[in-house]
Design a protein around this ligand. Structure first.
Ligand SMILES: *Cc1c(COP(=O)(O)O)cnc(C)c1O
Length: 413
C-alpha cells in the first residue's frame, strides 16, 4: 500500500527559506556576513570560504605546514567530501569506526588510530547532533595532533550555551544548500586560537584565488535556488530527479552523495556574502523554531516502540535539520523507506554508505573493517524538520513507521 502522493514536496532538510529581499546587492545594516557569524558563534572573527570542504582544505593545509604530519583521522561514516578533501591536500586518510549506534568515534578505536603521524582528528557533529569532542581532544593532544570539529551540519549547535566548533583547534560550518543558512555553496572557518587563526588567514590568502567563472556560476545557482525553494517548485527541482534516481536503483545519486572528485577553491564573492548576511536576520528565530518542532516530534516518535531518534548529551542542544532515526535492522528500515522515500514527505537517508563502500571513492579510501559505521548506514533514515512538513504529514509518516514495525514483529508463517 503506497501513501498518497504529495501535491507539494518537502525538502529533506530544514533549509532557511530564502526571501527575494535577501538578493539586494549591498551589505545589510546589521553588518557583513563574517561579523554576524562571529557574533552568532561567539568569537572575534570567522573566515568565509567558498564551501565547508574548502574551509577544511584551508585548515588541513595550514596545519600540515605547521607540523609536517600527514595522517587525518575521520569517522568511517561521514560526508564523502571529507575524504575527497584529505586526498585533495595530498594527505593520508585513516578511518576510525563509530561507537555502536552513535555518531561519535569509538573511543578505543580512536586511541588505536592516534599516533605521532596524526596531523588532525575530525570529531563530527553529524546531523546537527553535538558530538563528543573532549575525548578526541584528549587523545589528539597526547600525540601532538590537531582537532578540527566538522560542524558542517551544525551551525547553531551549542554545548553549555557555547557554540560547537571552538573546543578543538579549529572548526567549520557549511553554508551549502540544505544545511540551513546558504550562499548556495559556502563555508565558515573558526578557531579560538589567535595564532592559529592568523595561519588560517595566511593559508587562505595563498591558496584561494578569486575566480570570476566560479563566482558567476554560484551566483546563478543561488538565484535558481531562490526561484525554486518553495513547496510548489521543489517537486520539479528536487522531487523529480530524486524519483528518477530511485527508479533506476541509484540511492547514492538520490541523496546527492556522488560528489565530484575535484574541489573548487575560490573566494566567496561579496554579493553572495551579502545575501547570507541578509538572511542572517532570520537565522536565530529559525533555529529556535526548528528546535521546538523537533522536540515535539521526537516525543511523538518515542511513543513508537522500536525507533530511536538520535539526541544530544546532557547540557547540549544541537540543531535539527532533520530527525535521524535508527531502526533495529536493515530490513525494517528498508521496508519503511520502500513506502516513504520519494513520496514527497521529506523521508530520506543521510549518507548511503560507510566511506569504504562507495565504489567511486576507491581511489581515495582504502578498505577497512568498520562494522559499526556500516551498521549505522544500514539502519538509519531521516525525517525532514522543514517547516513545510506539516503535522498531518508527519502523523502519516508515524503511522507508516508504526505499521512496518508491527509487521516486522509479527511471526512469519
Ligand atoms: C556537507 C558536509 C561537509 C562539506 O560541506 P560543503 O559546504 O558541502 O562543502 C563536510 N562534512 C559534513 C559532515 C557534511 O555534511
Amino acid at each position: 500500500m503506497a501513501t498518497r502522493p504529495h501535491r507539494t514536496e518537502a525538502p529533506p532538510t530544514a533549509g532557511l527559506p530564502p526571501r527575494w529581499g535577501d538578493l539586494w546587492p549591498t551589505a545589510p545594516r546589521r553588518g557583513r556576513l563574517e561579523r554576524q557569524a562571529a557574533a552568532f558563534v561567539g568569537v572575534d572573527d570567522v573566515q568565509a570560504e567558498c564551501s565547508g570542504t574548502a574551509a577544511l582544505v584551508v585548515a588541513l593545509t595550514a596545519m600540515h605546514r605547521l607540523s609536517g604530519r600527514r595522517v587525518v583521522v575521520v569517522p568511517a561514516y561521514t560526508c564523502p567530501l571529507v575524504a575527497i578533501a584529505v586526498a585533495h591536500c595530498g594527505l593520508e586518510l585513516r578511518l576510525c569506526d563509530l561507537a555502536p549506534g552513535s555518531i561519535d568515534f569509538d573511543a578505543q578505536a580512536l586511541a588505536r588510530a592516534c599516533d605521532r603521524d596524526v596531523l588532525a582528528v575530525l570529531p563530527t557533529h553529524l546531523a546537527g547532533r553535538v558530538a563528543d569532542v573532549a575525548t578526541a581532544v584528549a587523545l589528539a593532544r597526547a600525540v601532538g595532533a590537531f582537532v578540527i570539529e566538522d560542524a558542517a551540519q551544525a551551525f547553531g549547535a551549542r554545548r553549555e550555551r557555547r557554540s560547537v566548533g571552538l573546543d578543538g583547534d579549529a572548526g567549520f560550518f557549511s553554508l551549502a544548500v540544505g544545511k540551513g543558512l546558504t550562499t548556495y555553496e559556502g563555508g565558515l572557518l573558526v578557531s579560538a586560537d589567535a595564532s592559529l587563526r592568523r595561519e588560517l588567514w595566511r593559508t587562505s590568502r595563498e591558496i584561494v584565488p578569486w575566480r570570476l567563472d566560479w563566482e558567476l556560476r554560484r551566483s546563478l545557482e543561488l538565484l535558481g535556488y531562490h526561484a525554486c525553494y518553495r513547496p510548489s517548485l521543489l517537486r520539479l527541482a528536487y522531487g523529480a530527479p530524486l524519483r528518477r534516481a530511485l527508479r533506476r536503483g541509484d540511492p547514492v545519486a538520490a541523496v546527492g552523495d556522488d560528489f565530484p572528485m575535484r574541489i573548487p577553491l575560490h573566494t566567496l564573492g561579496r554579493w553572495r556574502r551579502n545575501v547570507g548576511a541578509r538572511a542572517f536576520a532570520r537565522l536565530a528565530a529559525f533555529v529556535a523554531d526548528c528546535t521546538l518542532r523537533a522536540r515535539r516530534r521526537r516525543e511523538r516518535l518515542a511513543a513508537i516502540a522500536g525507533v530511536e531518534v538520535l539526541g544530544d548529551p546532557g547540557g547540549a542542544e544541537g540543531t535539527w535539520p532533520f530527525l535521524l532515526l535508527q531502526l533495529a535492522d536493515e530490513a525494517t528500515r528498508d521496508a519503511i523507506l520502500a513506502r516513504l522515500w520519494g513520496e514527497g514527505s521529506g523521508v530520506s537517508r543521510l549518507f548511503i554508505h560507510a566511506l569504504p563502500d562507495y565504489p567511486y571513492l576507491r581511489g581515495v579510501v582504502a578498505a577497512a573493517d568498520v562494522p559499526n559505521a556500516r551498521r549505522f548506514a544500514a539502519t538509519t533514515l531521516t525525517i525532514s524538520n522543514s517547516p513545510w512538513l506539516d503535522d498531518a504529514d508527519f502523523e502519516s509518516i508515524c503511522t507508516v513507521i508504526g505499521q512496518e514495525l508491527l509487521a516486522a514483529r509479527a511471526p512469519t508463517p
